[in-house]
Design a protein around this ligand. Structure first.
Ligand SMILES: [Zn+2]
Length: 496
């Protein structure tokens, strides 16, 4: 559909409205087939095998940024880095830290206590961490308040596994002064699980401080060996920990733990474009979508080894690009409208953090930021949810735009359960009012189905059916958001 035919349809709609006075007044969302075709065309390129899963620092990054940069240039955007040395592409340096070596030795009453080598894994968040001959303090399941600094200082806290939320309890113990935390795995988790999980979270911005936390894990069998001859068993420890009057116990065991990592530097980029406003002194509006994904993520003999990220987040990039095209075509706005394609979202929202730490404009000037992630999910006619509802001053204004656009907004904040899993969260940490307004999260059961299925797997690719009805309507809504928030009379510059 082009502009001419839109006008004809509007005319038809007017005629029908005039003749059929009993027709319902509620305007059904109109699908825009041409827009959906444009979205699909971008997704077909960005999620193609040629783009190799868009991994930061690879040829896949070069292809992705070249494609998006050219699209944005041709649409009429200008560079938004505001840095003549780095037009369009803002450099981001990442450090990937991979576990290199792990060693553990235990003593009881000064004598070596045998534990098999493969029963313990020590990991550090820094380059090298060492704890020598530290006494073990058994802290049970780590429920309740952490032991005092006095009790923990210079000791290794011995913790019973509590599942995936362990990192929080480990961090609390480290923050409270423990030299290291040694977690006894339960039957469900293996050392391989722990290592694999760590591999995925071992990335940081080069500008971030290096941590030196030492965390170790021991298998149930290793723990039995460690307790051998002490008169206690793992079952005894578990029973103690379950008592309501449990208090941390010092064991007559000492540990020497050492872990080292290997560092790799990855040079990657955020892409930043903008549409200059008439009155940039009144601030800016920011639209965001992450460009990165997991690259080659499988191993033979699997046939499909590329995580193409069609929904996550080729769909968001497609939407971002088509929003830009439509805002360029509209009359010039007061504010600068920035378009940011972030790197390393999948590695911990790192590109968004880098943007905020080294921004192309004072962050206070950003009156609103809208993130777009994994939008090829909902059918046309879906309502909109706000991820980050109640966390910014934007909600009431978004509701006004929804009313004008005849879009239904979901009540309640159930979608906030996902707020930390998207770039808007990183921006919120830097006091940028950032939300995700999206049809994708209007039905959380449908979104969960994606999370449990193709999400972060090679099957999030072009072979699956892509639902673009909701995405098309979301593009139209974001264009309306740009026009509303880009108008300095309607949204006065309050934060500058
Ligand atoms: Zn993802």
């Amino acid at each position: 559909m082009n502009r001419g035919s839109t006008a004809i349809i509007r005319l038809l709609a007017l005629c029908l409205g005039a003749t059929l006075t009993l027709a319902p007044v509620q305007a059904a969302p109109r699908r825009d087939a041409a827009l959906e075709a444009q979205l699909l065309a971008h997704i077909r390129v960005l999620a193609s095998e040629e783009f190799q899963g868009r991994e930061p620092g690879t040829e896949g990054e070069a292809k992705t940024l070249r494609y998006l940069g050219r699209q944005w240039f041709e649409i009429g955007l200008v560079s938004g880095t505001n840095d003549p040395g780095h037009e369009w592409f803002a450099p981001v340096t990442l450090i990937a830290r991979e576990a290199d070596s792990s060693a553990a030795q235990f003593t009881r009453k000064g004598r070596r206590q045998y534990v098999p080598r493969d029963a313990v894994l020590a990991l550090t968040s820094g380059k090298r961490s060492l704890v020598k001959d530290a006494p073990l303090l058994f802290v049970g399941r780590g429920a309740g308040p952490a032991p005092s600094r006095n009790e923990l200082a210079g000791r290794v806290a011995l913790l019973l596994d509590g599942g995936l939320d362990d990192s929080q309890r480990q961090n609390a113990l480290l923050a409270a002064g423990a030299s290291a935390v040694l977690t006894v795995l339960d039957g469900d988790r293996t050392l391989e699980n722990v290592a694999a999980r760590r591999k995925r979270s071992g990335y940081a911005l080069a500008s971030d401080e290096i941590g030196g936390d030492l965390e170790a894990f021991i298998t149930p069998y290793g723990m039995e060996r460690l307790l051998h001859g002490s008169g206690k068993s793992l079952a005894n420890l578990k029973a103690d920990a379950a008592r309501p009057d449990f208090v941390p116990q010092q064991l007559d065991l000492g540990a020497t733990l050492e872990a080292t990592t290997r560092e790799t530097t990855i040079r990657t980029h955020n892409l930043i474009g903008k549409i200059p406003g008439r009155r940039p002194d009144t601030g800016a509006v920011l639209f965001v979508a992450h460009w990165d994904h997991f690259g080659i993520c499988g191993e033979p003999p699997a046939e499909d080894v590329t995580c193409n990220g069609a929904i996550d987040n080729a769909s968001g990039l497609a939407a971002l690009t088509e929003i830009a095209r439509r805002v360029v075509r509209a009359p010039q706005l007061d504010r600068d409208i920035y378009f940011l394609a972030t790197t390393a979202e999948e590695l911990g929202l790192l590109g968004a953090h880098a943007f905020a730490e080294n921004p192309p404009l004072p962050l206070k000037q950003i009156v609103a930021a809208f993130n777009i992630d994994s939008v090829a999910i909902a059918p046309a006619g879906s309502p909109l949810a706000i991820v980050g509802r109640g966390m910014t001053p934007l909600d009431a204004r978004i509701a006004q735009v929804a009313k004008r656009e005849k879009r239904r907004l979901i009540d309640g904040d159930a979608a906030n359960a996902y707020v930390k899993r998207q770039d808007g969260w990183a921006l919120l940490q830097h006091d940028i009012p950032a939300v995700m307004v999206t049809s994708a999260y209007s039905d959380l059961a449908r979104m969960e189905k994606f999370f449990e299925g193709d999400y972060h797997r090679p099957s999030d690719d072009l072979n699956r059916s892509l639902e673009l009805g909701g995405a098309g309507e979301d593009v139209a809504f974001h264009v309306a958001l740009a026009r509303y928030f880009g108008d300095s009379r309607r949204v006065p510059p309050t934060r500058m």
